[in-house]
Design a protein around this ligand. Structure first.
Ligand code: CA
Length: 222
């Protein structure tokens, strides 16, 4: 089955060009031009990756990206002609996976799509002693049982697990899992960690993936 790519682009010629190149690489590509249609479409069709233009009629790419991130880790490549926006585009609070600048070569875009998908699948099949993270659905299972995580707990687990063994301070964790860290404190991180551990232990009392490092923070040990 070919992977589904959603192209969100209001310049028809550009959208068609991308679709043709993606189809030539055996992707199944769809086009939306109005920003307001995107979130609903994504929920219904569950694409594997989205190319998202920044300037769109209806709703801009930034807002779309933020909204998608409240329910999905769908890989998003932002497409922009505004070079000065790139820092914000890649800003952690927005959660885009990559970006492409206009004007672009469609060949380059296809290469980026493949690279982001590859990275995403590597992360998605992340497993440790029965733990499986499905980044697309924000779902984590342990020995086949759903851990029933909230979106924040999932992001927390995913963030730590992506670089197993690496120790993260609370500030780093907050910066990476919250869209707006002004509203959280160190204790918030601790409380999410506590809940996450409890959920893991309720399925496997022996599992201690998330370890505290005294005075520093937390790490994931597979
Ligand atoms: Ca545009």
């Amino acid at each position: 089955m070919s992977e589904k790519i959603l192209i969100v682009e209001d310049e028809p010629k550009l959208a068609d060009l991308l679709r043709d190149y993606l189809k030539a690489s055996r992707f199944d590509a769809s086009i939306l031009a109005d920003g307001r249609d995107v979130v609903g479409w994504v929920k219904e069709h569950k694409p594997d990756l989205m190319l998202l233009d920044l300037m769109l009629p209806g709703m801009d790419g930034m807002d779309i990206c933020k909204e998608i991130r409240t329910f999905s880790r769908l890989p998003i490549i932002m497409v922009t002609a505004r070079i000065e926006e790139i820092d914000r585009v890649l800003g952690l609070e927005l959660g885009a996976d990559d970006y492409v600048c206009k004007p672009f070569s469609p060949r380059e875009v296809v290469a980026r799509v493949k690279a982001v998908l590859r990275r995403f699948h590597d992360g998605q099949t992340l497993q440790a002693k029965g733990l499986v993270l499905d980044a697309h659905r924000y779902r984590a299972t342990l020995h086949g049982k759903d851990l029933d995580l909230t979106a924040v707990e999932f992001r927390l687990l995913q963030f730590l697990a992506e670089q197993a063994g690496r120790i993260y301070g609370r500030q780093q964790i907050m910066g990476n899992i919250y869209h707006d860290e002004r509203f959280v404190s160190d204790r918030t991180v601790d409380s999410h960690i506590k809940k996450l551990r409890r959920k893991i232990e309720s399925i496997d009392p022996e599992a201690d993936f998330i370890q505290s490092v005294y005075g520093v923070g937390y790490k994931f040990e597979p």
